[in-house]
Ligand binder design. Structure first.
Ligand code: CU
Length: 348
């Protein structure tokens, strides 16, 4: 097909789908679960002349966010998620070890992945990514997992543990429970996710999160945050249409992450993107110390870009020395344009 001679009949790319869906939602013609033809949405856009303009470091830019409007932040706020670490219910074992216990429930839930764009997710505790669990190396971790979903699921953690606690078997059937218990090691940042087949379906639907195991002596004080690189196949064609860190397209472009000039920033970064082989994180105007998997306190690489396969993770440490907006995004330009882009705003 010659696209140039037949502009009205060109095939619709996944990029077009996001643009149209997001823009259409912004002008109120698309709601959750409602289907919409591209032609109808495009027509409605012609009547929408409002554009959001951001003042950005003295420069005026067309809306960097690529989306218009706002998600329901009361349902899920990526800014809150960024710095919320769940240490669980703490108790002390007879041998003096710290026990940490969490109740985790798998729930089927529709989530908002861009303003007005909804995705029928499978979740841990009703959110994507799931909670960020945090502990110290050597703690006894106990996850009481209940499956409130319509499909069998498990919790599979990366790191050391007995094979019986690996989340491969048993499959936890709807209405059933299983308790995973193991000692936290090694220190670092580790993903967890459901491990029921078809794995790609159970992962891309949203059943993943981050487990942070702190070294016994802790790490240097820092402004810490967790970022999970993820993406969504919103039209079920085994390819992603929406990309983000922490689920919501362009959230940190609309709401730049506030950090202090000169303060150490530490990002716990994980890639749980399905379908695409790799994802990446690129920081503008600065560089970070990259600690792969976070399992060493000494060995790092100084860079401004890291490429990760699914399940790979790292700790990024950096300091922003001048006030202003520092862009970060996937260095797959297409992912960035489909939602995986944001800013740190360094303030005095
Ligand atoms: Cu599952």
């Amino acid at each position: 097909m010659n696209n140039e001679s037949e502009p009205n009949k060109k095939e619709i790319s996944r990029r077009d789908l996001l643009k149209v869906a997001v823009a259409a939602a912004a002008v109120g013609v698309l709601t959750a679960g409602q289907s919409l033809t591209v032609e109808a949405a495009a027509k409605s856009l012609q009547n929408n002349s409002s554009r959001t303009i951001l003042q950005h470091d003295g420069m005026t830019h067309d809306d960097f966010s690529g989306t218009v409007g706002e998600i329901d932040l009361l349902s899920f706020d990526p800014t809150h998620f960024l710095t919320f670490f769940d240490y669980g219910k703490e108790s002390i074992a007879p041998d003096g070890n710290t026990i940490r216990e969490w109740d985790v429930v798998a729930v089927d839930k529709e989530i908002e992945i861009a303003p007005g764009v909804f995705f029928p997710a499978w979740t841990f505790n009703g959110q994507v990514p799931g909670p960020t669990f945090r502990c110290h190396e050597g703690d006894i971790l106990r996850f009481i997992f209940t499956n409130g979903s319509a499909h069998p699921h498990t919790m599979h953690f990366h790191g050391f543990h007995p094979p019986s606690m690996d989340g491969i078997a048993p499959m936890v059937q709807p209405g059933e429970s299983f308790t995973y218990e193991f000692k936290a090691r090694p220190f670092g940042v580790h993903p967890y996710h459901c491990h029921v087949m078809s794995l790609k379906k159970h992962i891309h639907k949203g059943l993943y999160g981050t487990l942070i195991i702190d070294p016994p002596q802790g790490r240097k004080p820092a402004h810490e945050m967790v970022m999970v690189m993820n993406a969504f196949d919103s039209n079920f064609d085994n390819a992603n249409e929406v990309y983000a860190v922490n689920t919501v397209a362009f959230h940190y472009a609309r709401h730049p992450i506030q950090v202090k000039v000169g303060q150490l920033v530490r990002v716990y970064l994980t890639n749980m993107t399905e379908f695409d082989l790799i994802n990446s994180f690129h920081l503008h105007a600065s560089m970070f110390q990259l600690y792969r998997t976070g399992t060493s306190l000494d060995h790092f690489e100084l860079t401004d870009t890291v490429i990760m396969g699914q399940g790979e993770r790292a700790i990024l440490e950096f300091t922003l020395n001048d006030p202003g907006h520092y862009m970060f995004h996937a260095h797959q330009s297409e992912f960035a344009e489909l939602g995986w882009m944001g800013f740190f705003e360094a303030v005095l």
